[in-house]
Design a protein. Structure first.
Length: 278
């Protein structure tokens, strides 16, 4: 933490909705997590999704709540410097872990990640929410670096969630929100101020839950893109059981059978544990 300029990070995060920290993750975490990710890829879980159609090359793999079934994922989410960073950036006295999400695009994967912002997917209300996106390979535009629309977290918009793939099982769930769709950003990309960074293992981006972002496929023939998003929440966040969030999917009911949080309640529980206090 001593080499990280928290004031600059907070400024860029608040103004742009996203920022980057170079060399934020120690090398021992990188090696451990590379191995852990490959273990998960070989043993998909109940919440996993194969976004790439069977007939297509490559593999776009998604998985959730890895920390509940893999010790390395839990150790990284709870015991790296990320919870403390989240607390400092959010000016929050307490940090709880919401969940982790694995997003792997192997070489020759053409499937993009659609433009979206995160909060509409989640049964949350509050401001003290952020995500870290950690790459465990060299990430470039060609391999699917995430692109963010600068300042879009301040638009005052709440767009309908976009399904990441036809096989995800979410289309009907997301329609229940009755929200406007995200604009066609890809066809009008020159109209937006795009922020994106090439990343090396150890670098992280931090983004606001309402900043719009998306990414291309991985067009490399030999470079993987193993990415992990970690979601942290702070003092003012409460449960919002509105219809249409990802938690409505039967997959999550199977992996969170003891979920019994009521609207307006704190998430602090074994499912969303407190992992840092100032």
């Amino acid at each position: 933490m001593e080499n990280i300029n928290i004031d600059k990070i907070k400024h860029d995060y608040n103004i742009n909705g996203v920022t980057v920290i170079r060399n934020a993750i120690d090398s021992h975490w990188i090696k451990e997590m590379q191995t852990a990710i490959d273990t998960i890829l070989a043993n998909p879980g109940l919440a996993s999704i194969e976004y790439t159609p069977n007939q297509n090359k490559g593999r776009y793999y998604g998985d959730f709540f890895l920390w509940m079934r893999n010790k390395s994922f839990k150790d990284f989410a709870f015991n790296s410097n990320l919870p403390q960073l989240a607390g400092k950036i959010l000016d929050s006295n307490n940090i709880n872990f919401f969940y982790d999400q694995l997003l792997v695009k192997e070489p020759n994967t053409k499937e993009p990640t659609p433009w979206h912002h995160d909060l509409p997917y989640w049964p949350l209300k509050g401001n003290d929410i952020l995500s870290f996106w950690v790459g465990f390979d060299t990430v470039t535009k060609n391999t699917g670096a995430v692109e963010y629309i600068k300042g879009s977290h301040k638009w005052g918009k709440f767009y309908a969630p976009a399904s990441f793939g036809k096989k995800s099982g979410y289309d009907d769930i997301y329609k229940k929100m009755g929200l406007d769709s995200v604009p066609d950003i890809s066809s009008n990309i020159d109209n937006y101020n795009i922020l994106s960074w090439d990343l090396e293992p150890g670098d992280v981006t931090i983004h606001h839950p309402l900043v719009l972002h998306g990414s291309s496929g991985n067009f490399s023939t030999n470079i993987r893109r193993r990415g992990l998003a970690l979601r942290y929440i702070g003092d003012d966040v409460t449960w919002d059981d509105r219809p249409g969030t990802f938690i409505s999917n039967e997959k999550f009911k199977n992996i969170l059978p003891q979920l019994n949080i009521k609207k307006g309640e704190s998430l602090n529980s074994d499912l969303f544990p407190k992992i840092w206090t100032s």
